[in-house]
Design a binder for this molecule. Structure first.
Ligand code: SF4
Length: 341
């Protein structure tokens, strides 16, 4: 049915009131963390200064949109250093690498730029310190995650990875009084607390890092979800399937009893998720760019979610400096073509 211009659009009272109450809560902080901004900047600046192609070991961050965008700009993502031609330039991802990978890069004469997040490097340093002091190391995390592989690689002979309390119970160490624990940076805070309690019960003299290993970005995004999930019918988390911190945001919401879904992009939203849903909260994992969040907002606005309210749970102003190879490359570039850091 088409309406003439003069004919007023009539909405039934129930539809009108439904639209009036349909709203979006946009959580803050959300999306890119300082480690991801730094890693993506490193690849972009390397492409601008050294020219394409630039090789990147593994996905620079776990987000398919970001990876596809950099691929189009000339980055070549490889799973293995062996796929990088001898003597070429390679960037390590934000998740870090083990010493064995660093050694292999040296043997192959590769020019390395390290985009490991400084907060991941901090965990590597702790692993080295505890191992040197003779501790058996327990690393709480997901064993197939690149960050965990890299950290475990600092002291592979003395490090065991656990991700369940059953695995804690099954641990065997040479001296139960000389055990230290570390955690992956992107775990759920509650899950980590639970696992550390289990470790402390099993090894009463266990020692850990001075400050927790879970990074500020993971903690802040989870805290924002915890603050808002009870007031929402659904929490949408923008992030890729292989993004650890994004998956944890979904779990945090679900554990609070609020339905939550992980989406790479707006088109992933299924109509049944929005049935009888008045309030949708949106957040984004630390590797998901804001442009994808704004697409989701536009999509929902098209479905009648007219009101958008940004809920800032805490401020976040962290920035990390660039690695020396990139700072030197910027300084060496002619003034006119110097990339902005
Ligand atoms: S999520 Fe945390 S550890 Fe990972 S890159 Fe961001 S700041 Fe670094």
């Amino acid at each position: 049915m088409s309406l003439s211009i003069a004919e007023p659009v009539r909405t039934t009272p129930s539809a009108a009131s439904e639209n009036a109450t349909k709203r979006i809560l946009l959580l803050k902080p959300r999306g890119f963390c300082a480690g991801v901004v730094r890693a993506v900047d490193i690849v972009k600046i390397a492409l601008e200064t050294f020219g394409a192609p630039i090789y990147v070991r593994k996905e620079i961050v776990h987000n398919s949109y970001v990876v596809d965008d950099l691929r189009q700009k000339g980055a070549i993502f490889v799973d293995d250093l062996e796929d990088v031609p001898e003597g070429k330039r390679v960037i390590y991802s934000a998740h870090g690498v083990s010493p064995a990978v660093r050694e292999r890069a040296k043997e192959r004469g590769l020019k390395v730029i390290d985009a490991t997040c400084p907060l991941v490097t901090k965990v590597h340093v702790e692993a080295i310190k505890f191992a040197k002091q003779g501790y058996s190391l327990v690393l709480v995390g997901h064993r197939d995650h690149e960050e965990v592989e890299g950290t475990q690689g600092e002291a592979p002979d003395v490090t065991q990875v656990v991700s369940t309390v059953e695995e804690v119970a099954a641990l065997r160490v040479p001296d139960p009084n000389k055990v230290a624990y570390l955690t992956q940076t992107t775990l759920s805070l509650d899950e980590a607390k639970y696992m550390i309690e289990a470790l402390k019960k099993r090894f009463p003299n266990i020692v850990g890092p001075h400050a927790q290993d879970i990074c500020y970005a993971t903690e802040n995004r989870q805290t924002a979800v915890k603050n808002v999930a009870h007031g929402a019918d659904v929490v949408l988390v923008v992030g890729s399937r292989n993004s650890s911190n994004s998956n944890r945001l979904v779990e945090v919401s679900q554990n609070l009893g609020t339905n939550s879904y992980l989406i790479d992009k707006a088109e992933d939203i299924r109509p049944e998720w929005l049935e009888d849903v008045a309030t949708v909260a949106i957040t984004a994992g630390a590797s998901a760019p804001e442009v994808l969040v704004q697409d989701v907002v536009l999509f929902l606005q098209g479905k009648g979610y007219g009101s958008v309210e940004e809920v800032e749970v805490m401020p976040e102003n962290v920035r990390f400096g660039l690695p020396p190879e990139i700072v030197q490359a910027i300084a060496a570039a002619p003034q006119s073509s110097r990339p902005s850091a």
